[in-house]
Design a protein around this ligand. Structure first.
Ligand code: BGC
Length: 788
């Protein structure tokens, strides 16, 4: 294949040039209450400009270098550009600017997965609010976040930017985050709408699925977030769904999002998404970002020759202006151009620790007072991963607290000889991996150092002098490519390291704690018995080392819960077969949406037959994603959804249950029955009667988390949800159907640990008809492992 290289800067220039001309005739000045008047005073050219962005703002000549884009400005009408920057876990912008000695650092907060693992909407609100403050402090307007695509498959490269495998957890956490950001007057952009679950061929892949999983899972996350937070904007996705690009699908944007869910804001495309600009505007996709000249010309021509009704364009223009008048920039906010990085780091440390999940603990954690010296293993311990890669983040915070620093901050000492060996190993590995030096920015994950394994004699000596072994395994993923099975599995060296450290320390009567600093699950079943405790930290942000040590030392009691299932092996989940797990996809990061074909060399020599899992992906597992599958089909897992241990114990009692026509409510009293203060998450699952459709054996409908409860203390949590949330989607007649019969309500500590139950009766079946929209164009068979 001939390689086409598009340098970042030349593309930016190409995209920005056309947006320079500004008409100079007079007109009304934009206010929140004269939008229609302003639209009437606009030329057709101005209207078209307004529904197209101004190109990428990555370059050093832009007002905010390193940010994603801005809207078009029309000074004669008092319409400013408003500035859009990526999230979700960091305000993505360049921290240094040309000819400017000031620095513009932004806090690297916990990854979205880590935030979801808190199961705490207040934590999500606080992260959102702090990000909203940073955006405002640095003079920008809208954070392009959160991403709420469901974790359909463990190998999706962007899972770290998403929240969970369950739509209720995703939707509620996202809504809280959005409400947090918007409480600061900063806008959000909920993305990527919809069914965007793989990075391989992301610009062209067609997600093919039936309407039940579409409605119950993939749209549900968005529906909850939209209804509970009203984000200022929504970003359509790159992919197609059932044959149509999402940005060109009026059924998605108008029928479902606006008409059914009552969304009031702006819809924008993902960056360079879709093919047909006119179809996008006609579909109610109001703004195309970052904007291309060909899109401008196409829309202008279409209005002139009557193929696009100008009234449709006016509707989009109006939505853009309604968006503009809400912003800090429009209000003329005099921003300080700096933010309270110290205070925000503390928020990262706290919430990063709240999202840490204690997977296993055999009398090992918290580390007791006699433990002073630590043998620290694993290259990741010395090169921690604060976050994932992609536009949302460089994957490096402006600083990253390693395990070495975290342990030292808490007063532990480290095995000096071991530390020196790792220092040398890391330096050698950096030279091997990056002979030209480590790049300052990377969009996709950079290669990581190979593991270092001390000799048997060294390990015996280390086990003698150290009080405990801590070993960190790391995984990082990013935008533009998916993980491979090899990334899910441990490397031979990782397995060998765990085995050897475990034997040496156990022989000396000492323990091994394994830390997972990972983007998404890895294989744990084959080695977990060799560790005495396993702590899954995901990616807690720049304070990563401190957050983890706060848990290990017992300064904080773990209260995180898994937002996804840890399967025993890749292949266990039904979506595993329908995912590009072994496909090498080549897409230069800035070549998205240019219409070029970047499929791998090997495959491109074949005739252009649509390739399964690359050009299209079949969602044959239907609704059986994550625990909905493992639980219903009684398939063994390594760690179930919702699992997470504590240093204390809790007892649950149902205090009150009621249901009226609209709402369900269960009050659960949680008592700390152990000896350590701690917080507990209560998960409310429902098992619905079969009715005319097959049903999962449980589905999460609500969750809540206690405050810090002292030993003996208790708190009553009120879990509430809608009666119709217990309905299933009937594909035959496009309706939500609530079957009559007995519903089992379960208060649980995880999807596999139900603590108390009650049965409630629905005496009259109910039906709620919705649009018969987004139906598959091909027949989608049911995957054999979910056939009942
Ligand atoms: C990503 C979006 C992001 C946009 C702007 C795209 O590649 O998919 O999530 O907001 O770029 O940076």
């Amino acid at each position: 294949m001939k390689k086409v290289f598009i340098p970042l800067c030349s593309l930016c220039v190409a995209l920005t040039v056309y947006s320079q001309s500004v008409p100079t005739t007079d007109g009304p000045t934009l206010r929140a209450d004269n939008i229609d008047e302003v639209i009437s005073a606009m030329t057709l050219e101005e209207k078209v400009h307004l529904v197209i962005g101004c190109g990428m703002s990555m370059g050093s000549d832009s007002k905010f270098p390193g940010t994603a884009g801005r809207t078009y400005d029309i000074p004669r009408l008092g319409i400013p550009s408003v500035y859009l920057a990526d999230g979700p876990h960091r305000l993505a912008m360049a921290s240094k600017r040309e000819f400017d000695s000031h620095t513009y650092y932004a806090t690297e907060f916990p990854s979205s997965t880590t935030v979801a693992a808190t199961f705490d909407t207040k934590a999500a609100f606080q992260i959102g609010q702090t990000l909203g403050t940073e955006v405002k402090d640095y003079g920008m307007d809208v954070l392009l976040a959160p991403g709420v695509n469901l974790m359909r498959n463990v190998l999706c490269g962007r899972n770290h930017e998403y929240y969970a495998e369950d739509p209720v957890l995703v939707g509620k956490i996202a809504a809280a985050y959005i409400n947090g950001v918007q409480s600061e007057g900063t806008g959000t952009c909920l993305k990527h709408f919809a069914v965007n679950n793989q990075e391989t061929n992301r610009n062209n892949n067609d997600s093919q699925l039936t309407t039940r999983p579409l409605r119950e899972l993939y749209l549900k996350c968005f529906e909850i977030a939209v209804k509970e937070s009203q984000p200022w904007s929504i970003m359509t996705a790159y992919n197609k769904v059932n044959g149509k690009y999402t940005c060109e699908d009026r059924e998605l944007t108008e029928d479902i999002l606006r008409e059914e869910w009552g969304f009031k804001g702006l819809v924008m495309s993902d960056w360079n998404a879709g093919k047909d600009a006119v179809a996008s505007i006609a579909a109610g996709n109001d703004m195309l970002q970052p904007g291309q000249e060909r899109q401008y010309n196409a829309i202008l021509e279409a209005v002139k020759d009557g193929t696009l009704d100008e009234n449709l364009l006016n509707i989009s223009v109006k939505r853009v202006l309604e968006f503009v008048v809400k912003t800090h920039t429009f209000a003329g906010y005099d921003y300080p151009n700096e933010t309270d990085l110290k205070a925000h780091a503390q928020i990262d440390r706290q919430i990063g620790a709240e999202g840490i999940v204690l997977l296993d603990n055999r009398n090992t954690l918290p580390m007791d007072g006699n433990i002073r010296q630590v043998g620290l293993y694993g290259t990741t311990s010395y090169d921690m991963i604060p976050a994932g890669m992609g536009f949302g983040s460089t994957g490096y915070g402006y600083y990253t607290v390693s395990m070495v620093e975290g342990l030292r901050n808490a007063g532990y000492t480290l095995d000096k000889g071991l530390l020196d060996s790792y220092k040398k190993h890391q330096a050698d590995e950096q030279k091997r991996l990056f002979p030209q030096g480590r790049p300052p920015f990377s969009f996709t994950p950079l290669p990581r150092a190979d593991e270092f394994i001390p000799t048997a004699d060294e390990l015996v000596a280390q086990a003698k002098v150290n009080d405990i072994a801590i070993l960190t395994l790391g995984r990082v993923s990013g935008e533009g490519c998916d993980r491979k099975i090899e990334d899910f599995n441990l490397t031979d060296k990782e397995s060998e390291l765990i085995k050897k450290v475990s034997s040496a320390y156990h022989a000396a009567g000492k323990k091994l704690v394994v830390i997972l600093n990972i983007c998404s699950p890895i294989e744990t079943a084959s080695w977990k018995e060799q560790a005495d405790a396993i702590v899954c930290a995901f990616q807690p942000g720049q304070e990563v080392g401190n957050s983890i040590v706060d848990i290990l030392s017992g300064k904080m009691n773990p209260s995180g819960k898994l937002p996804m299932t840890f399967a025993i092996k890749y292949g266990d989940a039904p979506s595993d077969a329908n995912f590009p797990f072994d496909y090498t996809f080549k897409m230069p990061s800035f070549a998205m949406g240019t219409g070029m074909n970047f499929k791998s060399d090997k495959k491109e020599t074949k005739p252009q037959e649509p390739e399964q899992n690359v050009d299209y992906t079949l969602y044959e597992e239907g609704i059986y994603v994550g625990y909905r599958y493992f639980d219903t089909f009684e398939k063994e897992v390594s760690y179930p959804f919702g699992h997470g241990l504590s240093y204390t114990t809790f007892a649950y009692t149902i205090e009150e249950v009621n249901m009226n026509d609209d709402r369900c409510c269960m009050k659960v009293n949680v008592k700390n029955t152990g000896k350590t203060a701690g917080r507990e998450v209560v998960q409310l699952y429902v098992k619905a009667p079969k009715g005319s459709m097959h049903k999962p054996s449980k589905e999460l409908k609500a969750f809540d988390k206690t405050r810090l409860l002292n030993p003996g203390e208790s708190q009553t949590l009120t879990l509430e949800w809608n009666v119709m949330d217990m309905a299933s989607f009937n594909e035959q007649n496009s309706s939500w159907e609530l079957a009559k019969g007995e519903y089992l309500w379960m208060a649980a500590a995880s999807s596999a640990d139900v603590r108390c139950t009650t049965t409630q009766k629905i005496t009259k079946a109910r039906k709620q008809k919705v649009h018969n929209a987004m139906r598959p164009q091909v027949s989608i068979s049911v995957h054999p492992i979910v056939k009942r």
